[in-house]
Design a protein around this ligand. Structure first.
Ligand code: SF4
Ligand code: SF4
Length: 286
């Protein structure tokens, strides 16, 4: 089984558009949306949800008022300033357990904490695993790992030979959890100065995990000069530029209508995405 993850140094580069089109083009795969803070691949794939599972993050502290001596020890020890007047603020509590261990009268309990949901769905392009983390919840990396694990179980059980993940933007914890152990990371970038900087950062992360990367330049023709710079940078690092997608206003219409661009009249964009998929198939040795 192979794993392809689509990432970008920041949001808004067209990563999910690419993921939605690869969902149409790839055969026998499981799709994953690991952007658990703001999942949106489902808007393009229009899934039918068949299971919703609760996701529990790290347990959080709760002080039993009736047992508390109000000695203040826990308040002083909490590095996250999560305890005020002998009440724990669950949004600030990081679940470290220091107060639990320190309390002389066992007045602190560590309680399971519902942090979000994981969804198993069917789409006309195959299974989709996605998730939603609650507002202001941490543990996004843990939920990403749970989503990936679930996708692997489905792929093994149903005999799929590929997992395609629409990864989170940026280079933080959920991206790290999405990248570890994958066969190929497709980095979607734009030909702007900040795009080049973000590409360098995410490529460094992929290299840190000793992973293989390929690059797609979205809207490349908006700045042929910067696109050439990206191509030179990639060539120097032996990274393939597998796609150069031109700017096409109809892409916005496709997104607004919830349609993958390869199934919409997007001119040369669809053609280039198909060509890019052919190159990815070769890189993945599918
Ligand atoms: S350490 Fe225990 S007894 Fe002391 S204030 Fe905290 S919860 Fe109450
Ligand atoms: S578990 Fe840790 S972060 Fe949470 S209230 Fe206790 S000491 Fe603070």
């Amino acid at each position: 089984m192979k794993e392809l993850v689509i990432v970008s140094g920041k949001g808004g580069t067209g990563k999910t558009c690419v993921a939605g089109s690869l969902a149409v083009l790839a055969r026998n795969k499981v799709m994953v949306d690991s952007d658990v803070d703001a999942a949106n691949l489902h808007l393009l794939l229009q899934p039918e949800e068949h299971e919703k599972r609760p996701f529990y993050g790290l347990p959080k502290a709760v002080i039993e008022k009736k047992d508390c001596l109000e000695c203040g020890l826990c308040t002083n020890l909490c590095r996250f300033d999560a305890i005020r007047e002998f009440v724990v603020n669950p949004s600030a509590c990081e679940g470290c357990g220091v107060c639990f261990h320190a309390c002389p009268v066992d007045a602190v309990k560590m309680v399971d904490h519902l942090a979000g949901y994981l969804y198993l769905s069917d789409t006309k392009y195959g299974p989709l695993v996605h998730a939603q983390l609650g507002i202001a919840e941490g543990n996004s990396g843990k939920l990403v790992s749970a989503v990936r694990q679930q996708a692997k179980e489905i792929a093994e059980k149903e005999g799929h030979d590929l997992i395609i993940t629409d990864g989170p933007p940026g280079i933080g914890c959920p991206v790290i959890a999405s990248l570890s152990g994958v066969d190929l990371a497709l980095i979607v970038t734009e030909p702007t100065l900040s795009g080049i900087h973000d590409l360098e950062r995410v490529l460094a992360l992929v290299e840190h995990f000793q992973g293989k990367a390929a690059v797609c330049i979205n809207k490349w023709d908006l700045s042929p000069l910067n696109s050439r710079e990206i191509e030179s940078f990639c060539a120097a690092g032996d990274v393939s530029v597998v796609g150069k997608i031109p700017y096409e206003p109809a892409v916005n219409d496709a997104v607004r209508l919830g349609r993958p661009v390869v199934q919409y009249d997007c001119g040369r964009v669809a053609e280039e995405v198909v060509n890019m998929w052919d190159r990815l198939v070769k890189l993945l040795s599918l």
